[in-house]
Design a protein around this ligand. Structure first.
Ligand SMILES: *Cc1c(COP(=O)(O)O)cnc(C)c1O
Length: 382
C-alpha cells in the first residue's frame, strides 16, 4: 500500500523514546524544554511552546490574543478545518477570503478587499496558511495587517523548514515570528516531524510566550514572581481558565530525534516533487503544476485533473491511497449552518473539484513513485 503521506521512524528515534520512558518523567520532564529549544533554533525564533497537538496550539493562540465573541478573523477556505475552528473555540466569528488559483494560498488582494469592505476596526486577525508547504509572503500580510490593526497567526503546519525571500532578499523561515505574532506547527504522523500527536507554537513575543505557558497547563503558574502570595513549596495559583494541552516527555524526545532528520527529509521531498513535475509537465490533462518552488516544504504534491474521482478510485484499486486537501472549509455543514454557502469562493471551489494529493514522504522509493506515475499516465491515457 502506498499512502499519500507517512512518518519515518528510525532506530535512533525508538532509542530516544525508550530512554525517555526509562527516565523519571513521563510528562513535563526535561525532554520538553530540550525539544522547544531545538525547534526554536531550527525555525529561528525566540520562543517555542510544545503542546498536545496542532489544534491545541491554534486554540492557545486565539486565547492568548484575546479572541472573544466580538472578534472577527479571516482565514483561507483551503485548509484543515482547525485553522478556522480555533476562532470558534473562543466564540469568535470566522470570515474567509478566496485563494490565489495558482499558489492555492490565501489571496492577499481578496483579504484586502474584505478588510476594506467593513469599518476599519471590524476585523481583529488574519490566519494565513502555508498550504502544502508553500510559504506565505508574510511581509506583505504584515503591512496589510498593520494597516487594519490586525494580528497574524501563521498556520505553518505544512511548512517546517519552508521559507520565503523578503523584499531585501533575506530568507524568512515559516514560523520565525518576524512578521506574525504567533505561528503553529503540528507533529501528527503525516506532517514532516512526527510525535504521534503533538504541536508547537512559536513566537518572538515574550508576553505572549508567558501567556501560552500558563494557558497550556490550566492557567496555573508556580512562578513566585507571578504569584500574588506564596503559602509554601506546594503552592500554585490558577490565575485564569486554561487547559491541559501538555505534550508528554517521550513524545518530545521523539520530536527532538525527528528534528535531526528534518533537513534530509526536505531534500527528499524536493527530489520527489521534481520527479513528479518532470513526469507530468507535458501532460495537458494534468493542471496545477507550477514547477518546483524555492522555499516550498512540499508537505503535499498536488495535481489538478478533470476526472479526479475516477483517478482517485483507479489509484485506490492499485493500492495507491491519494487524498484530497481540502474540502473548502466554508462548505462543511458546520460552517454552512453558520451561514456560509457554496458558490462564494470561485477559486477555492474550482480547485476542490480537481485537486489530488499524490504520495509524498521521504521514504517513498523511486520504484513506488514510478508505479504511481505509471498508473496516473495509464489512466489518463497518454
Ligand atoms: C494538521 C493540521 C492542523 C491540526 O494539527 P493537529 O496536530 O492534527 O491537531 C491544523 N492546520 C493545518 C493546516 C494542518 O494541516
Amino acid at each position: 500500500m502506498i499512502p499519500y503521506g507517512r512518518q519515518h521512524i528510525t532506530d535512533e528515534d525508538i532509542k530516544a523514546v525508550v530512554e525517555a520512558l526509562k527516565s523519571d518523567f513521563l510528562t513535563q520532564g526535561p525532554e520538553i524544554a530540550k525539544f522547544e529549544k531545538a525547534f526554536a533554533e531550527y525555525i529561528g525564533c525566540k520562543y517555542a511552546v510544545a503542546v498536545s497537538n496542532g489544534t491545541a496550539a491554534l486554540h492557545l493562540c486565539t486565547m492568548a490574543l484575546g479572541v472573544d465573541k466580538n472578534s472577527k478573523v479571516i482565514t483561507s477556505p483551503i485548509t484543515f478545518a482547525a485553522s478556522a475552528n480555533c476562532v470558534r473555540y473562543c466564540d469568535g466569528e470566522v470570515y474567509f477570503a478566496d485563494i490565489d488559483p495558482k499558489t492555492y494560498l490565501l489571496d492577499i488582494n481578496k483579504v484586502r478587499s474584505l478588510l476594506e469592505s467593513k469599518p476599519k476596526d471590524y476585523f481583529q486577525g488574519i490566519i494565513p496558511v502555508d498550504f502544502a508547504g508553500n510559504a506565505v509572503n508574510l511581509e506583505e500580510f504584515r503591512k496589510l495587517a498593520d494597516e487594519f490593526g490586525c494580528w497574524i497567526i501563521e498556520d505553518a503546519c505544512h511548512a517546517p523548514g519552508g521559507y520565503f525571500n523578503d523584499s531585501k532578499g533575506v530568507k524568512q523561515n515559516c514560523g520565525n515570528g518576524r512578521f506574525a505574532e504567533l505561528a503553529i506547527f503540528s507533529f501528527h504522523p503525516v506532517k514532516h516531524i512526527a510525535c504521534g500527536e503533538g504541536g508547537m507554537v512559536t513566537t518572538n513575543d515574550e508576553s505572549l510566550y508567558n501567556k501560552l505557558i500558563k494557558l497550556r497547563t490550566h492557567g496555573i503558574t508556580k512562578d513566585p514572581n507571578l504569584m500574588h502570595k506564596n503559602d509554601g513549596g506546594w503552592y500554585y495559583e490558577m490565575q485564569e481558565l486554561g487547559y491541559n494541552y501538555r505534550i508528554t516527555d517521550f513524545q518530545a524526545a521523539l520530536g527532538t530525534s525527528q528534528l535531526k532528520k528534518a533537513d534530509a527529509g526536505l531534500i527528499k521531498r524536493k527530489e520527489i516533487a521534481q520527479i513528479y513535475f518532470d513526469a507530468f509537465k507535458n501532460n495537458k490533462k494534468i493542471k496545477g503544476q507550477s514547477g518546483v518552488v524555492e522555499g516550498h516544504a512540499y508537505h503535499l504534491y498536488i495535481i489538478e485533473v478533470d476526472q479526479r474521482k475516477e483517478l482517485y478510485d483507479h489509484l485506490r484499486s492499485k493500492n495507491i491511497f491519494c487524498q484530497v486537501h481540502y474540502i473548502p472549509v466554508h462548505t462543511l455543514p458546520y460552517y454552512e449552518n453558520l451561514g456560509w454557502k457554496q458558490g462564494v469562493f470561485k477559486h477555492a471551489e474550482n480547485y476542490y473539484k480537481g485537486c489530488l494529493s499524490l504520495p509524498m514522504y521521504p521514504t517513498l522509493t523511486k520504484e513506488e513513485q514510478s508505479f504511481v506515475i505509471e498508473q496516473i499516465n495509464n489512466f489518463l491515457n497518454v
